[in-house]
Ligand binder design. Structure first.
Ligand code: MN3
Length: 309
């Protein structure tokens, strides 16, 4: 294994050791005008390589660093000293451009949804996690990962429970939603295990679609429609959650596909006609991603069954 990783995103080598080092020098092409007068950039997200960006995990380690400008090497290239000052979760990057889902979801909606809504959930979750971390009696909860923490909300201090539920749920839900769509999506799933699970539960893909659409349309107010895997029955089913509640809050439920039916998800294009938005959604569902989540949920369920025997 070599000491450096090609960093195609920034076009310069990236030291592998940087992952675990609290202070290290990075070479990033970053124009001087992007630096604030204090020369400290808060919340800068580093994407060390395409492979890593896809895996998410190192992003949690590396993103949201505070970068301190130390030396200007050439006009558009600063050598930055990165100091890991926080353990904040990043705003997960989209896997496609804002306009990639048009005409089904318009670019402006995607941009606001990601950069404003998802960012706000991210920021407020990070604030709540920081408070949790500062409390010696509860800091272990902040370490369990947000998906797991959402299943243990009752163990958090009362004053933090709502923030963790709303913004933690919002953080997780939007990640599932955005990654569950693709410009190459749509059509019907072809992955045999997922196809069989849908047929077993709903009779056919067409009836699954109509049940799911009905759930999304009948959900009053803001919330989510989901296809989930239920570990208790080892089967898929449809469920809805209100506000930013997430399937992970219920023991044994794993989200496979989520549709955001808050008006902010569709109002610019579809206005009050949620039905049209739901119909458009089918053209961009990434069945590849849903199948991946299904396979992971099934194998996790099997592993748990074994450990309980
Ligand atoms: Mn939303």
């Amino acid at each position: 294994m070599s000491d450096t990783i090609e960093n195609p995103f920034y076009g310069s080598p990236f030291p592998r050791a940087a992952c675990n080092t609290p202070s290290v020098q990075y070479h990033l092409p970053l124009s001087a005008d992007k630096l604030s007068s204090s020369k400290v950039i808060k919340g800068f997200v580093i994407f060390p390589s395409h492979a890593w960006a896809n895996s998410r995990v190192p992003l949690l380690v590396l993103s949201r660093l505070r970068l301190k400008a130390s030396l200007l090497v050439k006009p558009d290239m600063l050598t930055l000293t990165a100091l890991v000052l926080s353990q904040n979760l990043p705003l997960p990057p989209l896997r496609y451009d804002y306009n990639a889902l048009e005409p089904h979801i318009d670019a402006r909606t995607m941009e606001i949804h990601h950069l404003k809504h998802h960012q706000t959930y991210t920021d407020k979750l990070n604030a709540a996690l920081a408070t949790l971390r500062s409390d010696p009696a509860h800091k272990h909860l902040a370490k369990m990962g947000i998906d797991k923490l959402l299943g243990h909300l009752d163990e958090a201090p009362k004053a933090l429970q709502n923030a963790l539920r709303n913004h933690g749920g919002g953080y997780v839900n939007h990640g599932l939603f955005f990654d569950g769509m693709s410009p190459d999506g749509g059509g019907e799933p072809t992955q045999p295990a997922l196809v069989e699970a849908i047929q077993t539960a709903f009779g056919s893909f067409a009836s699954f679609k109509s049940y799911f659409a009905l759930a999304a349309l009948e959900l009053f107010g803001s919330g989510w429609a989901w296809l989930v895997y239920d570990q208790a029955t080892a089967a898929v089913k449809i469920t809805t959650t209100a506000n930013q509640d997430t399937p992970a809050m219920q023991p044994g439920l794993v989200a496979l596909l989520g549709l955001d039916v808050w008006e902010h998800a569709y109002y610019l294009k579809h206005q009050n006609v949620r039905k049209n938005y739901v119909e458009d959604f089918w053209n961009i569902v990434s069945w590849e991603e849903v199948a991946k989540r299904y396979d992971a949920a099934v194998s996790r369920g099997k592993a748990q069954d074994k450990s309980e025997v």
